[in-house]
Design a protein around this ligand. Structure first.
Ligand code: SF4
Length: 310
């Protein structure tokens, strides 16, 4: 059955969003199944599976909808051992997508450490694969204002024009966990240890508190990040960018200071960026170009939503 909210045309986006989020879980499940059946491509979906709770939900929905799909896990090289083990335990149902170079090797060789607004690594390590195919993503509007503003249940890849289906876009955390309980879905043990979201260890999206927590738990990853950030500074110190400008990492006297700043999540000292914090600094080197992000990215802002409800 098609679900259209045509009778609510005239409502503001916020009203529609609140209406969508406040639907009972049973309605959301039915709607998600309809959505997946309606948009099923002849070659099957590419289902982006990260091992997190939202991925578990979309995987189950695809099974319940009886649509054709392949679930792919992108190896970020910085996922926690617990998460990697959990994905491994899902067996052959999940395909693994690996890159030739680890994220931290790329930090050293070209890109430098990612920041909140220059998350170059997501496009390479989180969102690779499935180019030109119809995808299922576990994006949820509740997770950020950007997601709420940019994503729709059916969005389109900005380059290929292929549909991207987000069946749990308007699901809340409580919906996801209720669905897990209802369907007896397996989930990564880290959720029972206080982790609400799982991602790369050292991710710039984790604030200062999250970073300290992660590095305390997985100290080896802190050492690896530190080595990479300092090695990047050593390699590129004094080398101008392709356009002849000073490299952003040259704003620190040595690699140790660069590392301390990145780890602190604080604003850059003596920065032209004024009160902007680290995570808001634009990339200023030739290898830090914003334009580069989204080469094959469905990250926030890369997709154009077309409809709220289908
Ligand atoms: S989750 Fe964080 S560290 Fe991992 S690829 Fe995305 S931005 Fe980079």
């Amino acid at each position: 059955m098609e679900q259209r909210f045509l009778d609510h045309i005239g409502e503001g986006a916020d009203d529609l969003y609140l209406r969508a989020v406040s639907q009972p879980l049973s309605f959301k499940i039915e709607q998600a199944l309809n959505l997946l059946r309606l948009w099923e491509p002849s070659d099957g979906y590419y289902l982006a599976y990260s091992g997190g709770k939202d991925s578990g939900a979309i995987l189950r929905l695809a099974q319940m909808a009886c649509v054709k799909y392949e679930a792919w896990y992108n190896v970020t090289t910085l996922d926690s051992p617990e998460l990697v083990r959990f994905v491994k335990n899902q067996g052959s149902a999940i395909h693994w997508n690996r890159t030739s170079e680890s994220l931290l090797t790329k930090v050293v060789s070209v890109k430098g450490p990612p920041t909140r607004l220059n998350r170059w690594c997501c496009a390479i390590y989180k969102e690779m694969g499935g180019y030109g195919r119809v995808k299922i993503l576990g994006v949820r509007a509740e997770e950020s204002r950007t997601r709420k503003g940019n994503w729709k249940q059916v969005s389109y890849h900005r380059k290929t024009g292929k549909p991207i289906i987000c069946p749990v876009l308007y699901w809340t955390d409580a919906d996801i966990w209720s669905f897990h309980a209802q369907e007896k879905l397996p989930y990564c043990e880290l959720y029972d240890q206080g982790f609400e979201r799982l991602g790369c260890i050292g991710c710039p999206m984790s604030g200062a508190y999250g970073l300290v927590r992660d590095f305390n738990r997985w100290p080896r990853y802190e050492k690896l990040w530190k080595r990479a950030v300092i090695a990047h500074w050593d390699k590129w110190h004094g080398v101008p960018t392709r356009t002849g400008t000073v490299r952003w990492s040259d704003g620190w006297e040595d690699g140790e200071a660069f590392w301390r700043w990145w780890k602190s999540r604080k604003k850059k000292p003596n920065s032209n960026a004024g009160s902007l914090r680290q995570m808001e600094l634009p990339g200023t080197g030739d290898d830090q170009s914003w334009d580069w992000i989204g080469e094959d990215s469905e990250d926030d802002g890369e997709c154009q939503g077309q409809s709220l409800f289908v």
